[in-house]
Design a protein around this ligand. Structure first.
Ligand code: NAD
Ligand code: LMR
Length: 328
């Protein structure tokens, strides 16, 4: 058995938190041999802290063998102290009819403070995964505050979009989901994202040949995946929680598993036409636990892909301009 790692989670009493913490404590995220200490961070508010106590009571009541301790706090200094992983979930969620852009500035303040504190107090091997929206730009803001931790330590989650795309392709083709492979997400975690279906395979054959319906792929599949978050909000009256928590388990699990190829949002190095320094979704291969290389050889030279990449890149650049005064 390894020695415990410290996992800080913000927004721990929120709805994603409630679907996430039990999966971490059960071993789904870091594996059956990795004990964890959960450092649960909420806002300094009596109701939120009371709710957090209730979640911690339930975690106790699960008697998880891998859960070696819990810290409940409304202080980032305490919550991020020596954290090996910081999962930044806490943010103001988008309500019905609200644009993501409305959230940019308000949430930027949160990620400015958290980036600075994590850089100062987290563990030497600290890794950060951001879920709170607008996730890509929040990650850019947090990373810009770091003097010690390099930008590659800060990733944003686009795995929910990858999982959604995989499920939609399987449904359309009428096949088992596990036969759908190589579907990755480029760009922003927003409706502008590009689930690049031309690389996808179904049972080892190109998905475009199996599905044989280009109009559906371009005009239905892409918007359905891109707007799935809004569709969940419209149906549930709340943003996706269980599937988001599940995607974060996948994101971190695959980042800890050498050889895995998966979509995460990372600092662009200019590949695929993304502006350098925006955080954009793209496929990576995990090299050593927590580290990755960006895969740069996917062909996106067709006109449709070029148009999609240009649109999502333009949105990311626009978001960066809106928060320019918060960077650095
Ligand atoms: N990237 C994705 O794929 C994806 C998917 C779904 C949801 N989201 C986003 O995840 C975020 C959380 O969603 P939710 O449904 O759990 O929301 P929620 O409102 O249920 O919970 C958020 C929690 O965060 C807490 N919080 C707010 N600011 C905080 C701070 N500065 N420090 C610590 N805690 C703080 C709140 O008190 C609340 O308990 C939202 O921004 C949502 O849009 C992202
Ligand atoms: O769009 C949202 O705010 C919800 C979330 O990002 C999602 O994709 O489900």
């Amino acid at each position: 058995m390894n020695s415990p790692i410290r996992v800080a989670v913000t927004g721990a009493a929120g709805q994603i938190g409630y679907a996430l913490l039990f999966r971490i404590a059960s071993g789904a995220m870091f594996g059956p041999d990795q004990p964890v200490i959960l450092q649960l961070i909420e806002i300094p508010n009596e109701k939120a802290m009371k709710a957090l106590e209730g979640v911690a009571m339930e975690l106790d009541d699960c008697a998880f063998p891998l859960l070696k301790g819990m810290v409940l706090t409304d202080s980032g200094e305490v919550g991020f102290k020596d954290a090996n992983w910081s999962l930044l979930v806490g943010a103001k969620p988008r309500g019905p009819g609200m644009e993501r852009a409305d959230l940019l500035k308000g949430n930027g303040v949160i990620f400015t403070a958290q980036g600075e504190i994590i850089d100062r107090v987290a563990a030497e091997d600290a890794r950060v995964a951001v879920v709170g929206n607008p996730a890509n730009t929040n990650t850019m803001i947090a990373a810009s505050k770091a003097k010690r931790l390099t930008p590659d330590r800060f990733t944003a989650m686009v795995r929910l979009d990858q999982n959604r795309a995989q499920a939609q392709l399987a449904k359309k083709a009428g096949v088992d989901l596990t036969t759908v492979e190589d579907i990755y997400i480029w760009g922003n975690h927003s409706p502008s994202m590009y689930p690049a279906f031309r690389h996808a395979t179904i049972g080892g054959k190109p998905a475009v040949d199996v599905i044989n319906d280009n109009a559906w792929l371009e005009n239905e599949f892409c918007p359905v995946v891109g707007k799935r978050g809004a569709a969940i909000i419209a149906a549930r009256g709340l943003s996706s929680a269980a599937s988001a928590a599940n995607a974060l388990v996948d994101h971190v699990h695959d980042l800890m598993t050498p050889g895995k190829v998966h979509s995460i949002a990372v600092k662009s190095e200019g590949a695929y036409g993304f502006d350098p320094n925006v955080w954009a979704g793209m496929p990576v291969r995990t090299t050593t636990p927590g580290s990755y290389e960006i895969l740069k050889d996917y062909d996106l030279s067709d006109a449709f892909s070029q148009e999609k990449i240009a649109a999502t890149n333009a949105e990311l650049v626009g978001e960066r301009e809106m928060v320019a005064e918060m960077l650095g």
